[in-house]
Design a binder for this molecule. Structure first.
Ligand SMILES: [Zn+2]
Ligand SMILES: [Zn+2]
Length: 291
């Protein structure tokens, strides 16, 4: 049976609500999912409730952009307490950073002669959702400025683009520590992107491992067998966990789907290994505190 531990909902840049995603996961006969929205845990309670009603395990999840040696990468958090005040405060800081950046991007676009109102952006992001660059890209496509999401990032929104604006993010070490203090596991997301952007791929994983990284997302739709083997070696070398997911965003990324079937299959055994590791770590942590 497959699981899917990397899914985005309308609470960030996905196009389906947590309840709709739980329904779809049931339909695809998945045994467990995690909603991993960018910088927010607001969709988790809805997903857990829908999962309870439909008989699907829902693991609390989140995806955080972090920097490590001037390289941007994504970390996934799992099994943390999604109501822990310190964790929520950290997310709030990231959300404020997003808003500030969105306003700045719209200002720069206006200077370039492209008019997008903040209200339009908030509307397309949906009520309570985290608005971000994919939504601005959607508006640019809608206004006929660019044809595709890739084009929007290349010309305007991505690093090196004419309307690129950085935002506040934590370092890898800070994010790992935040996830750990909330009782969770920290995992490197889609390592292929990291491999493409740096020549020091293995060293970065080694650094992150030293900072407490618990696992790597080995199963991912674009990972070849060969790349999975390379990751497998790193996982064994550093005694890391393996995770996997589709990074499904719904209709915003046409041609993508949840895990299982012909897409990537993520063995449900991985979830057992994650919970076992968590139990061991929590025990160690308690012993450390008592000592
Ligand atoms: Zn990501
Ligand atoms: Zn993602």
């Amino acid at each position: 049976m497959s699981i899917d531990l990397h899914i985005h909902s309308t609470f960030s840049d996905g196009t389906m609500s947590p309840t709709e995603l739980v329904c779809l996961a049931r339909h695809r006969k998945l045994s467990a999912i995690a909603i991993t929205d960018h910088d927010t845990t607001d969709g988790i309670d809805e997903a857990i409730e829908a999962g309870g009603q439909m008989g699907l395990t829902v693991v609390p999840g989140v995806e955080l952009s972090v920097k490590h040696d001037n390289i941007n990468l994504h970390l996934l958090g799992y099994f943390f307490d999604h109501r822990q005040p310190e964790f929520l405060q950290a997310l709030h800081k990231l959300q404020e950073g997003r808003l500030t950046r969105n306003r700045r991007i719209l200002e720069v676009l206006r200077q370039l002669g492209i008019d997008i109102e903040l209200a339009e952006l908030l509307e397309i992001a949906g009520p309570g959702g985290q608005s971000g660059r994919p939504h601005i890209a959607q508006l640019l496509i809608g206004k006929g400025v660019v044809k595709t999401m890739d084009e929007a990032f290349e010309i305007f929104l991505g690093q090196g683009g004419s309307a690129y604006v950085p935002r506040f993010i934590f370092t890898g070490a800070e994010a790992i520590s935040l996830i750990h203090r909330a009782g969770g596991l920290a995992v490197l997301a889609h390592p292929q992107q990291l491999e493409k952007s740096t020549g020091n791929f293995a060293r970065i994983i080694e650094d992150l491992h030293r900072q407490g990284l618990d696992g790597i997302e080995v199963y991912y739709p674009t990972h070849s067998k060969q790349f999975r083997k390379l990751l497998q070696r790193l996982v064994q070398k550093h005694d890391l966990l393996k995770t996997g997911g589709s990074d499904y965003h719904g209709a915003i990324r046409p041609g993508t789907t949840l895990a299982g079937g012909k897409n990537c299959v993520v063995p449900d055994q991985l979830l057992v290994e994650m919970t076992e590791r968590l139990a061991r770590q929590r025990n160690t942590f308690i012993t450390e505190v008592i000592a």
